[in-house]
Design a protein around this ligand. Sequence first.
Ligand SMILES: [Fe+2]
Ligand SMILES: [Fe+2]
Length: 271
Amino acid sequence: MTATITRPAWTIEFENETIDRLIDKYTPHIPKKRLQEPTAIATAEELENFYHFRVGGAAHDLFIVQVVANVIDKIPDPELQLFLSRQLGDDGAHAENTRRRVEALFGHDPIEDIQKQVQKHWDFMGDIPRRGWLGFLAFELHYEHHIVAIGSLNRRLSRLYDPQSSSFATARIIPDETFHRAGVAEWWLRKFDKASSTEKAELAAQVIEADEEVQRRRNPYLKEHEKISRRALGIEVEETGVIYDTWRQEVLSYFLDIPVSQLPKLVSIDD
Ligand SMILES: [Fe+2]
Ligand SMILES: [Fe+2]
């Protein structure tokens, strides 16, 4: 038996509408649009904070490159391999651009600091991303989808920025990342929508288990990275954990075709 597919396509409009709805519902004090123009980073302290923030960003992208390079020949699905080759190239280009911007600002190549942070991702993630398609899906969901709402909040709330990094993000990173999230959704739905209802229930339980394991492993890092981001971007609004948690529910609801109200209670970013 095949269930009727009721999901909209995974698009930037779908993401923005969903995130706006969650912010209205759970954190109505946060404005939907930026209220004031941010100021370019200038002081020694602002630059120092920005260094840690961008090294963390480059490490996120380089970790994706290392994981994808590891699994690309282990999942025998040529369509997925073509998608992954693009993701690997794009996220590599994001890491390289960040590295070179930091080098221009600080006068030294931060590649060793970036790799140190990448190693931390390997340490807390362990072999999950390489543990077959299930672990790999949980990795993709966490490194591409679940972080989107926080990124969107940061863009509304930030008071400091680096104009060059922002232009690259607008021209390249944002459209690439939208493509990555849609690509992962398409890959997954090709597989999931062919399954019977019984198989779907089993798959959903397995995906949730793997996704929960990654959430628990990532929580200390997410907390730390949030502090680094807030400091670098001059963000004062707290209590955004509820937006991370409720957005993650929306992602799982979409991928697993389960209404949010019927999902089990999930690990929170604040646990
Ligand atoms: Fe990226
Ligand atoms: Fe990406």
